[in-house]
Design a protein around this ligand. Structure first.
Ligand code: KG4
Ligand code: ZN
Length: 333
């Protein structure tokens, strides 16, 4: 039975997980609170917090899995993309551990891992499938033919879906990260109270920057007419913003399914925790005869279980990385 310990440190979550033959035994996440007052992640603070958290988080993951350091067969880590200082902490820890234990090192791409999080649970999609990966930094439609053949067929040309949520939330007066708060307020609001524009972008690419500007002008205009508008109508504004972001995403996903003929469709990434998006996927599934999947919430937002499952597939092919492997902030795939 192969035991892999995996480390994720690409942004503001220090995470470690243990998997045994493709089954996740533990999944530990230490979220950093120090960024909230700055309204976004401060890279230097993130690196320092990773330094403090990494040893306790990895120890905890081993403990929760009932494993000792000596049981480890391979060490995996997020190699790209992400904040370079943050990535270095995880990479350096993983490299040192692999060297000390004389075990293989497995470098994992964070965006591939988000997609393969769909393979963690027992009820999982069969290949080929489409995956809409929506996070704070990325928005992609990925055609997945096997764990080793993932192809990006559409992506954002400006902001990511998570950024669209977070920037809208900021305009509405909600604290960072506002995505989950928009989701929460939206549940009491009318999604058709206000109509925000849907951009006309060719092909399978996305754009969210126009939406942000539209919301800014909409709020300025209404605040001028009625001071306190954003607060009084908060639920309706959140529901309408969420509705538009979800419809932009779903329309492209439907287009991708038509173009590729693939009708098994998954979600991944932090924004796939959004209840409106999950509901819209299910509705499209019953309307269009899709098989639909999304990971449980703990595997949607950044986590190390997704790094572990990706590493497991790499292990099966002995796709190991040299100990000199360094992280990179930006990386295609
Ligand atoms: O994948 P993730 O945890 O980190 C990145 O790799 O970026 O995604 C974080 C993003 C943030 O923009 C956050 O606001 C958004 O996911 N998010 C949500 C929800 N939960 C997290 N957005 C909308 N609704 C949610 N329930
Ligand atoms: Zn992520």
């Amino acid at each position: 039975m192969v035991v892999i310990v995996a480390i994720e440190s690409s942004c503001d979550e220090t995470a470690a997980a243990v998997c045994q033959h493709g089954e996740i035994l533990s999944n530990v996440i230490a979220s950093q609170q120090e960024h909230a007052e700055y309204g976004g992640v401060v890279p230097e603070l993130a690196s320092r917090a990773h330094m403090q958290q990494i040893v306790p988080v990895v120890s905890r993951a081993l403990h929760d899995a009932g494993m000792q350091v000596g049981d480890i067969d391979a060490v995996a880590f997020t190699q790209a993309p992400g904040l370079i200082g943050a990535l270095f902490v995880g990479a350096q820890f993983a490299r040192s551990m692999a060297l000390a234990l004389d075990k293989p090192l497995i470098a994992v791409h964070h965006m591939q891992a988000h997609v393969l999080a769909n393979l963690i649970e027992k009820e999982r999609p069969s290949f080929p499938f489409l995956c809409l990966t929506v996070s704070g930094g990325h928005t992609q439609i990925v055609r997945c033919l096997s764990p080793y053949e993932l192809e990006v067929i559409g992506e954002t040309i400006d902001d990511a879906a998570g950024e669209a949520f977070d920037k809208s939330a900021k305009l509405i007066g909600l604290p960072y990260p506002g995505g989950p708060l928009i989701d929460r307020y939206a549940q009491q609001g009318n999604p058709f109270a206000f109509a925000f524009p849907e951009p006309q972008i060719a092909g399978l690419n996305f754009s969210f920057s126009g939406l942000k500007t539209a919301i800014l002008y909409f709020l300025q205009e209404n605040e001028a007419k009625m001071p306190g508008f954003s607060e009084v109508r908060r639920a309706d504004i959140c529901a309408s913003v969420q509705q538009r972001i979800v419809s932009i995403l779903m329309n492209k996903l439907k287009k991708a399914s038509l173009q590729t003929g693939i009708r098994t469709v998954c979600l991944a990434g932090g924004v796939s925790a959004n209840s409106g998006l999950r509901r819209a996927l299910k509705e499209a599934g019953s309307e269009l005869g899709w098989q639909t999947y999304y990971p449980s919430t703990q595997y949607c937002t950044d986590n190390a279980a997704m790094i572990a499952i990706t590493a497991w597939y790499k292990y099966l092919r002995h796709d190991f990385s040299p100990l000199e492997t360094v992280p990179t902030a930006r990386a295609g795939w």
